[in-house]
Design a binder for this molecule. Sequence first.
Ligand SMILES: [Zn+2]
Ligand SMILES: [Zn+2]
Length: 372
Amino acid sequence: MFDLPSWWAHLVSWLSGHAVEPVLGALHLDGLSGNPDDIAAALLIAALQLAIIGCVFRPLETWFPAERWSDRRLTRVDRNYTLLMLLGIFPLFTYLVLMPFSHLLGGGGEAVDPGTGSALALTHWVPWLDHHPYVLFAVYYVIYDFTYYWMHRTQHAIPWWWALHSMHHSTRQMSCWTNDRGSLVDGFIQSMILATVGLVIGVDPDEFAWLMLLGELVQNLSHTNVRLGFGRVFDRVFVAPKFHRLHHMLVDPERPTLHNCNYGQVLAIWDVLFGTALYGEAPRPTGVGDPIVDADNDYGLIGLHWVALKRFWVAVRQPAGWRPGEVAFGADYTPIPVGQLDLHALARPAPAVAVVADASAGDDAMVESAPG
Ligand SMILES: [Zn+2]
Ligand SMILES: [Zn+2]
């Protein structure tokens, strides 16, 4: 019988022995505490992810675009960044930081030596789950996604964190490559939070890679420039490209809180439950109104990181950077609450893109509110 886990393990050890270990040896990185198999697994997962983006999501942008672009110039930086992240930074980060960190906290101990895992591990409280790995994976996923939802809301609410996260939002051409666009500092903070929660609930570090891949793939799709929803019912359960596109909308000066919506990563239920879900709104151009952040579009990969880091550094060192609320940035990167600004004056002139008209949009516009 075809046994996926053992087939995968063989593939990982083959790549590790034939490619990763020789390269690490040549770079004199082989004496470190990480396991070369982690790099091999991350590379194989990356190859799978890139194949799905290239063969499925990218053609969707050509056939059913949500926005018609005369060129794809601004998507190039995101594509290059995705390749760099998936084939270089992420595998190395997994090897050098994430796996040593998870083993330091005793992750995966339960599997090797029962009793040494986290006291909060789900299988510790519900041993039944140990014998139902797919149910366990689904439960892990729901907890992982719930954590992501609240982390994402915090990224928008705390000015120093928005200084970093705004780099993800600044693109005027949101595409299948945009998911990985984000400051490395932000990525580090996020993966530490998610990995810690994963380890506390007892996720094996190797399974963590699969949790992340699933989340990443759904996010690659939800950033794709495609007119795609999942229908009235499933739109309330899963994040569709239409749903996440509204999260990236440009501020509407007439309705200045409309864009505070749709924070979910994979499950839309958190937005429905906590009153941040927005459906049926006609698509708006994506990007940010703040001209200081919008200037990100003038930079390449390194410049983009540099200006996001400058915003972060100025914000994190002053009280205004810690006061919750939506902000824009002054010329010296000082956070300024948007309540003090004239949003009409900030509004970008004519959008550079044509939003494809959608007959179904606009007729049932509503913000769902929390029940009760
Ligand atoms: Zn966001
Ligand atoms: Zn996004």
